[in-house]
Design a protein around this ligand. Structure first.
Ligand code: PLP
Length: 394
């Protein structure tokens, strides 16, 4: 295992811990507990655990530790704590560090459950939250205060694919000493350089690209060793949102092929947007990796590729969007993303249904907007599928 290896090598070998059997594929240590050689050894381990010493799976487990180390190497973070879901990572990262009286500034364009944490949960415990338009640096600057403890945003917003300037927002936040927490799902650990650009903490839903095959829920909080082991670990291990060893094994295997999959998905996204963007059924076609995206230069400056998701806004509103969804044969209708299978979603009636019409309008989630998570299928089949859907929606 080497920090000098490149990402693709670390994604395959990073963090591997072999048992005495020398297994090639990582072992699943499906155990919640660990046996001590003596009472004295148990006492000693509770005082201080060595690198290969575990106490209880809620605190840590060898398979989970392999996943944490592998993804930390991939992201360029010092350390990570694996969680039961992406939301356990988002809520854990924030709740672990905040207390009553703290101030948080957050981008408004958030995944529904993230919005719930910031709007409903943190405020209930006396944390003050100010929402800003994440793409407007003057709003960040105006909202940040000397007592701002944390800044939170999705680096690419769901589903309108607005890109937040990680470098600029981090620089502003660091001036007041705030910790920058980035939900980086759409960038993926393969395309991201968020930590290099100033993010202090990066969270992922591993459910998305890291599993990438629709099997398991999981998440990860990445940051400095100090933040992960002194702030996050005590909170997570006592509140119970830790990842199961079996899930960690699924995610480890996912990391091995992550680069191959997301590169193929991003290439498909670019080919599809190129092929359909002038279609007469469309009012807007959004993909950060295409030069037509209003923040294309910013996107390419902070991600290696434009990601795996594109959004299309149909002129015919919801009826046209529903016809589009119902016509697609390759892409399936679901609400996950990052999967090897292409997935199509109508955010206004599903993932963002909870919002009021005004909130949706403010975020650009129009009735005609559809989100397409591109899979690894053949590009020609995807282009034919999306074109047929748009033709039917005319
Ligand atoms: C899916 C998602 C989450 C939540 O992840 P789960 O694994 O479903 O809990 C958080 N943030 C973003 C941006 C997501 O897309």
């Amino acid at each position: 295992m080497s920090e000098n290896w490149n990402k693709r090598t670390n994604a395959v070998h990073g963090g591997t811990r072999r048992s005495q059997y020398g297994e090639v594929s990582e072992a699943i240590f499906m155990t919640q507990g660990f046996v001590y050689d003596s009472a004295e050894a148990a006492e000693a381990r509770f005082i201080e655990s060595g690198d290969d010493e575990f106490i209880y799976a809620r605190y840590g487990n060898p398979t989970v530790r392999m996943f944490e180390e592998r993804i930390a190497l991939l992201e360029g973070a010092e350390d990570g704590f694996a969680t039961a879901s992406g939301m356990a990572a988002v809520s854990g990262a924030l709740t672990a560090m905040l207390k009553a009286g703290d101030h948080v500034v957050s981008s408004r364009a958030l995944f529904g459950s993230c919005l719930y944490i910031l709007e409903e949960v943190l405020t209930r415990y006396g944390v003050e939250v100010t929402f800003v338009d994440g793409t407007d640096l003057t709003q960040w600057e105006a909202a940040l205060r000397p007592d701002t403890r944390a800044v939170f945003f999705e680096s690419v917003s769901n589903p309108t694919l607005e890109v937040i300037d990680i470098r600029a927002v981090s620089a502003l936040a660091h001036k007041v000493g705030a910790t920058v927490v980035v939900d980086n799902v759409f960038a993926t650990p393969v395309f991201s350089t968020a930590i290099e650009q100033g993010a202090d903490v990066v969270v992922y839903s591993a459910t998305k690209h890291i599993d990438g095959q629709g099997r398991a829920l999981g998440g990860i909080i990445l940051g400095t060793k100090e933040f992960i082991r002194k702030t996050v670990e005590p909170y997570m291990k006592h509140t119970g949102g830790s990842m199961s060893p079996f899930t960690a094994w699924v995610m480890l295997k996912g990391l091995e092929t992550l680069s191959l999959r997301v590169n193929a998905q991003a290439d498909n996204a670019l080919k599809v947007i190129e092929a359909v963007r002038d279609h007469p059924a469309l009012a807007r076609a959004l993909y950060p990796g295409h030069p037509s995206h209003p923040q294309h230069n910013l996107s390419m400056g902070q991600m290696e590729k434009g990601g795996t998701v594109l959004s299309l806004d149909l002129k015919g509103g919801q009826p046209a969007a529903f016809t589009f969804l119902n016509t697609l044969q390759v892409a399936v209708i679901s609400n996950n993303l990052g999967d090897a299978k292409s997935i199509v979603t109508h955010p206004a009636t599903t993932t963002h249904q909870r919002l009021s019409e005004e909130q949706r309008a403010e975020l650009g989630i129009t009735p005609g907007l559809v989100r397409l998570s591109m899979g690894i299928e053949d590009a020609a089949d995807l282009i034919a599928d999306v074109t047929a859907g748009l033709d039917a929606a005319l």
